[in-house]
Design a protein around this ligand. Structure first.
Ligand code: FES
Length: 220
């Protein structure tokens, strides 16, 4: 495989990863990042209809002692497209930036309802406008883990809960398969998945059959 970038590709990549330095057309936040400071993580996401492209950059203060204290101190964003997406993204970035920043771990836990509750209640919020913002932020965080070689945290951040009763993730199930579980029963014994309300059995079976990708696979 040829990994060489064309000059244009290289410039685009640099502009994505280091918007301030390359003077990308942005930035819609109240951030005060230095013009020469590169971001620590970058993520982008498209709306469901493909009409809007959202990009998020984060600056992280790394804690040398306790990784869980890593803090996002600045978040910047830009987008092209729908105005509704702008509103929810603005709110998300406000949440991240207010009070001097947010722990990376807490940013990963932000959900749709955290954003809905702060936006004009007369307007019915649509998931289509919120999910891209959350997804772009999560990708920026995963990119930060990747850049700082925090492989275990990167894996955790890309996991999905499959069994809510027993809090079992797709990575837990994949791991049990790699350790030798070959049937649903064996996976249930090893992880606890499917031993409550049973509503996750279909998703567990999909992973077992290889039809569902897991966090242990490549994060897109
Ligand atoms: S969600 Fe898995 S048993 Fe209930």
């Amino acid at each position: 495989m040829n990994y060489e970038l064309t000059l244009q590709q290289a410039e685009n990549h640099q502009a994505d990863a280091h918007p301030a330095r390359h003077g990308g057309r942005l930035l819609q936040s109240t951030s005060r990042l230095s013009e020469t400071l590169a971001s620590d993580g970058f993520g982008k996401s498209k709306s469901a209809d493909d009409k809007t492209l959202l990009k998020i950059w984060i600056k992280v203060r790394k804690d040398s002692q306790i990784p869980e204290f890593d803090t996002i101190t600045e978040c910047k964003w830009s987008f092209e497209g729908e105005d509704n997406l702008r509103k929810y993204t603005e709110r998300l970035v406000e949440l991240v930036n207010e009070n001097g920043g947010i722990f990376v771990e807490d940013a990963l836990k932000l959900q749709e309802r955290d954003i809905f509750s702060m936006v004009d209640e007369k307007i019915h919020p649509s998931e289509a406008f919120v999910i891209p913002a959350l997804r772009a932020l999560k990708k920026a965080i995963v990119n930060y883990f990747e850049n700082t070689k925090q492989d275990e945290r990167m894996r955790k951040a890309t996991e999905t809960i499959i069994c809510h009763c027993r809090h079992v993730t797709d990575a837990d199930i994949q791991e049990s398969i790699e350790k030798g579980c070959k049937t649903l029963e064996e996976i249930s014994m090893a992880t606890g998945a499917g031993t409550g309300c049973n509503s996750c059995i279909g998703r567990v079976t999909e992973i077992l059959s290889g039809r569902k990708k897991t966090a242990l696979g490549k994060f897109n």
